[in-house]
Design a protein around this ligand. Structure first.
Ligand code: ATP
Length: 205
């Protein structure tokens, strides 16, 4: 279980204060909606450690993550774009996430990219690029997955396919997943539970 308890943060003393509390079970996708500027990126940055809270805790299965530097937190992130190195092949991108460089092809197969191992990522479609990023996520297999508008740059059909794939992988790997999105379809079709971010706090939907 991922527990975020009263994570308190403010950009400066005169700015609005954020106070975040949430829980995510293994294999669950918590959807977070919120208007532009409501603080969705701020929440994700606090979880990854790019921002430091003034108080509160982040616990994964009882273990405190606050003290860990960003690169040591057991977290993968999938953004809308720029998740991969376009000048490298699909295989190389996946290998970057692995401790030993074997196994990338099997991971690419799991995201239906068999036959694209040697393709330059710059030549792949947006959906295929997201699949490469997911293969790398699979290879690292970190227990927390943050999805930041991950399907917004994709056409409807590709976004549908990606939602199915992500749903399957989260379940298979028991990732504690938080999805932030403006897109109602992402939230209704992917999230197992939803919260709305308003005025610095999370509310039940
Ligand atoms: N580095 C910063 N310094 C001061 N204020 C900031 C900083 N970054 C963000 N903010 C402010 O904090 C608020 C929340 O920003 P945040 O980027 O978290 O919103 P968001 O919900 O992710 O928005 P969007 O959906 O547009 O990406 C906004 O009012 C923003 O202007």
């Amino acid at each position: 279980m991922l527990n975020i308890n009263q994570l308190h943060f403010s950009y400066d003393p005169n700015a609005p204060a954020y106070d975040f509390s949430l829980n995510v079970e293994a294999g669950e996708i918590l959807g977070i909606s919120g208007k532009s500027g409501s603080g969705k990126s701020t929440l994700l940055d606090l979880i990854t450690g790019f921002l430091r809270p003034s108080s509160g805790s982040i616990l994964l299965n009882g273990e405190e993550l606050n003290a860990l530097r960003t690169e040591h937190r057991p977290i993968s992130i999938l953004f809308q774009k720029d998740n991969i190195f376009e000048h490298l092949t699909a295989q190389k991108n996946v290998e970057l996430g692995l401790e030993q460089p074997s196994g990338a092809d099997a991971l690419l197969k799991q995201v239906d990219l068999e036959g694209f191992e040697k393709s330059l990522c710059a030549e792949l479609s947006g959906g295929q690029q997201q699949r490469v990023a997911l293969a790398r996520t699979l290879g690292r297999n970190r227990p927390i997955l943050l999805l930041d508008e991950p399907f917004s740059a994709l056409d409807d059909q590709t976004a549908d396919e990606m939602r199915s794939l992500v749903r399957k992988l989260v379940k298979q790997n028991d990732w504690h997943t938080i999805l932030v999105s403006h897109h109602q379809k992402d939230l209704t079709e992917l999230a197992t539970r939803q919260l709305a971010l308003k005025e610095g706090k999370l509310h039940a939907v």
